[in-house]
Design a binder for this molecule. Structure first.
Ligand SMILES: Cc1cc2nc3c(=O)[nH]c(=O)nc-3n(C[C@H](O)[C@H](O)[C@H](O)COP(=O)(O)OP(=O)(O)OC[C@H]3O[C@@H](n4cnc5c(N)ncnc54)[C@H](O)[C@@H]3O)c2cc1C
Length: 285
């Protein structure tokens, strides 16, 4: 669905409860974790879904409400007070097509500048959830790039803390430009360390070989020693693959898995089968 086709109504006021910088101090990127409280009793959403944030900003024809989507980064808060939503937002710039100049992205900067107590307007939720398979023996391959880690933090929390006794293999493949830009997996904060003791869990990091260049993330290098494990998981009919992050991850993964399976055609066939069976779900932007 195109961004302009997402409805801007109904919209709900939400108050910022918290905004925390979650990138390391030396990182080029600024990524913040925000907790919003929706000012109504009900706002139901599931892991894998996104909400819209509405911001007044300039357009070709003056000014208008712009909507951008953000993936929920924590499980819905259980009972009690008003619904809370955690978001992980990267402060973005955009390059103007005509002038070639760089400008601050309207919505992400607005959100990153909000302070606790500030109000903003949200819409949604939108998109298909990443469903937890009924079978606890199912393998899960969770692949995230940059802010694409957001839904997987929520997903793993749900699997290991709410569902419990997960028996299938769980592999988190996480790509970032540099170690400093790894979210929730850096010196400041390592939320995934909660699961390192789980026998079924393994996290694999993939970084760019030259962080300041536009080189793609070195996925093949990261999984070099684990190719056999990943291939056997992909071969298993009890495997679900969930992918989240920026669109270029699609090509990188096609290349990586094409190499692993021995040919691009073999991978295209396998991916089509996985998609057909609902065992390959993408949340790309
Ligand atoms: C389904 C969906 C889920 C999304 N979830 C998240 C999320 O959880 N966290 C998040 O920060 N963004 C997320 N985005 C992106 C977000 O909606 C906005 O595109 C982004 O915040 C930029 O908006 P802007 O108005 O600031 O700038 P714009 O002028 O709209 O875009 C500025 C530039 O930033 C690039 N960009 C957009 N998002 C990112 C990103 N996350 N990392 C690096 N570059 C980016 C764009 O390609 C564009 O070139 C999601 C998008 C979609 C469609």
């Amino acid at each position: 669905m195109r961004l302009e086709d997402y409805p801007k109504d109904p919209r709900f006021a939400a108050t910022v409860l918290k905004s925390e910088l979650i990138t390391d101090d030396g990182a080029d990127a600024e990524v913040r974790e925000l907790v919003l409280e929706v000012n109504r009793d009900e706002f139901n959403f599931e892991i894998g879904q996104s909400i819209g944030v509405l911001v007044e900003g300039p357009t070709e024809f003056g000014s208008a409400l712009r909507q951008r989507l953000y993936t929920v980064a924590d499980t819905p808060s259980a009972g009690g007070t008003k619904p809370q939503i955690t978001l992980v937002v990267r402060r973005c710039d955009y390059i103007d097509d005509y002038s070639g100049e760089q400008y601050p992205g309207v919505n992400s900067n607005f959100i990153c500048d909000r302070k606790p107590g500030d109000e903003l307007f949200i819409t949604g939720p939108f998109g298909l959830p990443f469903t937890v398979p009924e079978d606890k023996k199912a393998n899960l391959m969770l692949i995230g790039l940059g802010t694409g880690i957001a839904p997987f933090r929520a997903f793993l929390k749900h699997i290991y803390q709410d569902v419990g006794d997960w028996e299938g293999k769980v592999r988190l493949l996480y790509g970032a430009k540099s170690g400093l830009e790894l979210l929730y997996m850096n010196d400041k904060r390592d939320d995934f360390s909660l699961y390192y003791d789980e026998d079924t869990f393994e996290a694999i990091q993939a970084l760019s070989p030259r962080p300041n260049w536009a080189d793609p993330i070195a996925w093949d290098y990261a999984i070099e020693e684990r190719g056999g494990d990943i291939l056997s998981i992909l071969d298993d009919e009890h495997t679900y693959v969930y992918v989240a992050g920026l669109v270029p991850i699609r090509d990188s993964l096609d290349k990586l898995f094409g190499n692993l399976l021995g040919s691009p055609d073999a991978w295209a066939k396998r991916k089509a089968e996985l998609k057909e069976a609902g065992r390959w779900v993408e949340l790309l932007y």
